[in-house]
Design a binder for this molecule. Sequence first.
Ligand code: GDP
Ligand code: MG
Length: 604
Amino acid sequence: VPIEQIRNFSIIAHVDHGKSTLADRLLEFTGAIKQNTGQHQVLDKLQVEKERGITVKAQSASIVYSFKGKPYILNLIDTPGHVDFSSEVSRSLSVCQGVILLVDANDGVQAQTVANFYLAFGKDLTIIPVLNKIDLKQANPERVCHQLKNLFDIEAKDVLKISAKLGIGIKEVIEQIIEKLPHPKVDRHKPFQSLLYDSWYDKYRGALSLIYVNSGSAKVGDSISSCHTKKSYEIKTLSLLRPEEHSVDRIVAGQIGLLGCNMRNIKEAVVGDTLHVTSSPVGPLPGFQPPKSMVFAGIYPANLSEHTDLRKAIEKLTLNDSAVTVDIDTSPALGQGWRLGFLGLLHLEVFTQRLEQEHGTEAIITAPSVTYLIKLKATKETVKQGTNEIFINNPAVFPEHIRIEETHEPMVLGTIITPDSYLGPIMQLCQERRGVQKQAVNIDNDRVMLQYDLPLCEIVLDFHDSLKSISSGYASFDYEDNGFQLSSLVRMNILLNNVPCEELSTIVHSSKAQLVGRQMVLKLKELIPRQMIHIAVQATVNGKVLARENIKPYRKDVTAKLYGGDVTRRMKLLAQQAAGKKKMKMVANISVPRNTFIDFLKND
Ligand code: GDP
Ligand code: MG
């Protein structure tokens, strides 16, 4: 079809506002999928996505629709709604000319609605505002229209009102996409230039690339090259996603398609790369910022014998998730493992859940950490290195305090939307988490939008859960990266009879050191089994003891509880004790079972 008859768009919405349901309805309405086949949420392919109801990887589908006697191709780019995946949202939006801003007519504007609106607005995309779930009894379209006017200056007369569930208003949505969105501005006569904006691994065909053609055209059999790696490939397969693959011989400017060219390794399909026909080289299109890892955690096999299985599983999963970074890590207590970097906590959870579900691997995940920036005092060493700045995400490598000039921590700008009755407890929570209020705006008679500067490390663990529980689930939260800020950070060491135990050290803000130290020694007192000798558990910062607990000695005789002489039971217990000893790590003559570390790291 001519360029004038192509539209590329995304649906952006807060989680649960009905994005996947609307996508299904659009596909059904245009006959891309059959109605009522129970084939719900066809774009949510991964099992985790189905369970959690979130879209993790952005997927695409091409819809064909006849309007005023002409066929149109509407390319729907599905985007993840959750903050952790905002780099994927941003990536998807760069191939669109417009978005549907979908808002629940009962819930109203929520934190992710605001974040996603600004992403689209910043890219100068046309925005079609749509209220969903108007079938709900509690739906209050007027109020939500008022919020849209207040926050985004959207006029009530421009807002569509639909029910994705009941299929009301779907035709209007499609026709507005055709009428309001501009077609892609591209030239089909120029040389082929395309943006690789997503990729995944296929067992049989190797890495597949989802491309947006910015100019020209290409056909099966053409030789193409990457601007980034300079490598060349022959195009083996081209297909449109409708949403299942539909083979084509040629793909032209303005279109989105799936390209297979025998790339063996997913690392060759670099997201953000530009592909061109080998014989007519072109410059690269503006690429993307590579996604930035925000949260790091160590991962170790639950049983040492499962090391190889875990390694294979991690390799496989990272094939389809280029946002995860992997480094080798070792711990004297936990053995050989890896340090993985994630976009956020949900990303970490999704990854480990997939590890279990898709690869049947059990793994120990250590408490998550963020990346800190440390400026060292000038020495011969720093002069030689040319910089005194180091980035660390592992407490074990935090430098001695005498070497440190300044410590900086990563910050986020957090957006919270809440009914004003919860304002008090929410402001208190933010304060406890060292937040600084930037803005408070009424978005209607009884709802408020708050913005806070917050340290990332204070929100990665349980901020979202706490917020939900103090607001009975009504407050929503989203955040964006906000750079580093000077902060007073210290490394807390845990000592067992005066010997430091690397695995247990953490980085904390100095104002919280006392509290955290107290909690840690109490927990260890519970976890470390009593032994023949007396054990002192201490939490220290810069050599100063902040908290201490004692574990009293006792004689361990596992057979003491047996009266009488059941020999086989006695032998069995002794054997168990011997086996247990093998799994110990010795710290200052104290044998600490591997499980102690696991329990300590797990429930933190
Ligand atoms: P997403 O997280 O934005 O993809 O939202 P989903 O499409 O998964 O929908 C979230 C929930 O809202 C599901 O239980 C849907 O059945 C429900 N839902 C979606 N659209 C409507 C609607 O128009 N009316 C009603 N009543 N429920 C809807
Ligand atoms: Mg969804």
